[in-house]
Design a protein around this ligand. Structure first.
Ligand SMILES: CC(C)(COP(=O)(O)OP(=O)(O)OC[C@H]1O[C@@H](n2cnc3c(N)ncnc32)[C@H](O)[C@@H]1OP(=O)(O)O)[C@@H](O)C(=O)NCCC(=O)NCCS
Length: 198
């Protein structure tokens, strides 16, 4: 493994290849961040943006998700089984922010990709399960993780990325370049093609 990947010393544990997070097209979205940060330069040296790892069960990953919705009773065995299913199926790009000072996951967003026959066998992305630990909010980390998976979907060749959100979060996603679908303002899209099919 080259020097550039030295922070990823346990490749087998990742849900997806961490190299996919290198050289994302931040110029496309830097206007939405002030001050500018990226997944490779997240503002603080102890923050690491990376794919979910099998060992993140022990870094409080499910506790973070419980700030989003009900997680229920998930044992380590359940977690590992579901993780392996996601990895084997492909198309699951759960991306997290780790605070390496305390060895804890403090933010997460999921990109799920979907192969289509329509639009000449297009690939579509969906944004799911966005959350930042409540003690870390208001520092642009939510924007960072949403924009990271948005740019990842662009890099993977998705023609659009979509999400569903509550009314209160519509302005939040608008501030990150997402637009509401006509007639359904809670369904929001970020389209990457100039002349875009619907
Ligand atoms: C939504 C969430 C991810 C934002 O994370 P964050 O790190 O605090 O957000 P950022 O620091 O990047 O951005 C802050 C901006 O988002 C806005 N914002 C944050 N949470 C918001 C909310 N719940 N509703 C509306 N606006 C919100 C803030 O007002 C702020 O606006 P400003 O930039 O104009 O000042 C976080 O509040 C969270 O985890 N909430 C609980 C889970 C959730 O609701 N997830 C979204 C599911 S669609």
């Amino acid at each position: 493994m080259g020097r550039a990947c030295s922070k990823y010393n346990d490749q087998d544990e990742f849900l997806y290849d961490p190299k996919l997070l290198e050289n994302l097209d931040w110029a496309f979205v830097l206007q939405f961040l002030n001050p500018p940060i990226t997944n490779e330069q997240p503002g603080e040296e102890w923050l690491l943006v990376r794919p979910l790892k099998l060992s993140d069960f022990d870094r409080g990953y499910l506790q973070i998700l419980s700030q989003l919705t009900n997680v229920g009773n998930v044992s380590k065995a359940n977690f590992e089984s579901q993780f392996q299913k996601m990895r084997n199926t492909g198309g699951h790009y759960i991306t997290v922010i780790e605070d390496t000072k305390i060895n804890k996951i403090i933010g997460s967003a999921s990109l799920i990709t979907e192969f289509k026959f329509i639009h000449e066998c297009a690939l579509r992305g969906r944004l799911e399960d966005v959350v930042v630990n409540n003690t870390y909010r208001g520092k642009q980390l939510g924007k960072l993780i949403v924009l990271t998976v948005t740019l990842l979907s662009k890099k993977l060749g998705c023609y659009k990325m979509s999400l569903d959100c509550k009314d209160a979060l519509i302005p939040y996603y608008k501030s990150l370049g997402y637009k509401s679908e006509p007639g359904n303002s809670n369904s929001m899209m970020n389209r990457f093609e100039k002349e875009d099919p619907s």
